[in-house]
Design a protein around this ligand. Structure first.
Ligand code: GRG
Length: 305
């Protein structure tokens, strides 16, 4: 339950300018993270997708959580960049003809449309490997044990226990009309939720948070991760290509099971809101300092792209 006092704080917090300011520091760090060297083509292709915009939600969650747990932006920035590298690689591969086969992403032509499928596959591979190298070599003022914990978590998150597993079940579910909400939730907690959860938890680990704090923040993140995907499914139906920066209506076209197809749009909205309410309840112990995480949770259900 949000108290009246807390509501006043919520209305005072300006999420738009907070996100803008955070996006700016993330963009600067990403810009510097990947210089072009020989062979230029692969670096250009990696940078094309990495610097193509996007909300930068995963790096921002990592930085914000690290600060909430009394860490610094500097401690979390290499991991924040690595999260965006991993997210970007997953988008490049997801857009390939063998997967979702999309021509547009982040308002631009997809990587394989510009560089060809061979280079797009390699750009994804290059970004994925570099993400791990980047955390291992660039993290400062964090105990080595914590850095190893973050690297292990990232590995679990992208592998068959996370993104890859979710994507496989997603591919297997296409065109089937017997997908249950359990299966759908499995797909999304792995494909989308896992990386969002790791973004939050990695920030907490780097700051040296207690197990109790990590558990709470992990529950916050699991909830917003699922809510994020429910809203993604709704937007696929209700938003335009211009708003999304990618082809709209893809799920219907591919006969994909989605939350709106199982529950309808209104019930899907209610479920997403209930998840966000639970997420916000996890932050009660942190008072005003957790305002950015509360506002991000609310933004997830109200976003238009
Ligand atoms: C990770 C090894 C490895 C392989 C990838 C292709 C694949 C396996 C997984 C697919 C993961 C995927 C594309 C999930 C969808 C996640 C999602 C909702 C993306 C949209 O995220 P936003 O809205 O996008 O944050 P922006 O562009 O704002 O960053």
């Amino acid at each position: 339950m949000v108290t009246l006092g807390e509501q006043a704080v919520i209305s005072q917090f300006n999420l738009t300018s907070y996100l803008k300011e955070r996006q700016k520091v993330v963009e600067e760090a990403l810009e510097q993270s990947l210089p072009i060297i020989r062979p230029e083509k692969i670096y250009e292709s990696m940078r094309y997708s990495l610097l193509a915009g996007g909300k930068r939600l995963r790096p921002i969650l990592c930085l914000t959580t690290c600060e909430l747990m009394n860490g610094t932006l500097e401690m979390a920035m290499p991991t924040a960049c690595a999260l965006e590298m991993i997210h970007t690689m997953s988008l490049i591969h997801d857009d390939l003809p063998a997967m979702d086969n999309d021509d547009y992403r982040r308002g631009k032509l997809t990587n394989h449309k510009v560089y060809g499928e061979d280079i797009a596959i390699l750009a994804g591979d290059g970004l994925l490997a570099y993400a791990f190298e980047f955390v291992a070599t660039q993290t400062r003022n964090v105990a080595p044990q914590k850095i190893i914990e973050v690297i292990a978590r990232l590995g679990r998150t992208v592998g068959a226990a996370g993104l890859v597993g979710g994507q496989v079940l997603d591919l297997e579910s296409e065109g089937r009309d017997d997908i249950t909400s359990d299966t759908l939730t499995f797909i999304h907690t792995h494909k989308t939720g896992a990386l969002l959860e790791t973004s939050v938890v990695a920030g907490a680990i780097l700051a040296g948070a207690s197990e109790e704090d990590i558990q709470r923040l992990s529950r916050y993140a699991k909830n917003i991760g699922l809510a994020f995907q429910i809203v993604d499914d709704i937007l696929d139906i209700t938003a335009t290509q211009e708003e999304l920066g990618k082809t709209a209506g893809k799920d219907l076209q591919a006969q994909k099971a989605t939350y709106p197809s199982l529950w309808g749009i209104e019930e899907s909205r209610k479920q997403a809101q209930a998840l966000v309410d639970d997420a916000i309840a996890q932050l009660a112990a942190y008072g005003e300092k957790a305002e950015p995480l509360r506002a991000i949770a609310t933004y997830i259900v109200t976003r238009k792209h």
